[in-house]
Design a protein around this ligand. Structure first.
Ligand SMILES: [Zn+2]
Length: 98
């Protein structure tokens, strides 16, 4: 086995989640000061915020799919088979052939 699963960078997900919230809802004005929906929701109801974020990132996961990276050269493939075969010149399980 010389392939490893590629993990998506989830830190950018939260930024796009906030952006989605801010695009979907009006800013909230309290005593003359405006608050962005993402910040307001996070402060007021963090459970709802996290719950929405979980749904949001699982919808992103569907788009991303699974990616596999060759451990040797770092090239990324859509399937584990391709990644394993990338730098595998054959016969690694078959030491009798040497
Ligand atoms: Zn490779």
């Amino acid at each position: 086995m010389n392939a490893k699963k590629v993990e998506r960078d989830t830190t950018t997900d939260e930024a796009s989640y906030d952006e989605m919230l801010d695009d979907s809802y009006e800013e909230i004005m309290i005593i003359g000061t405006y608050y962005t929906p993402s910040i307001a929701l996070k402060r007021v109801d963090e459970v709802a915020y996290n719950c929405g974020f979980a749904d949001f990132s699982s919808s992103l996961d569907d788009d991303f799919g699974e990616k596999w990276q060759c451990d040797e050269c770092g090239e990324v493939f859509d399937s584990i088979e391709e990644a394993e075969q990338c730098c595998n010149y054959g016969g690694d399980d078959d030491t009798d052939n040497l």
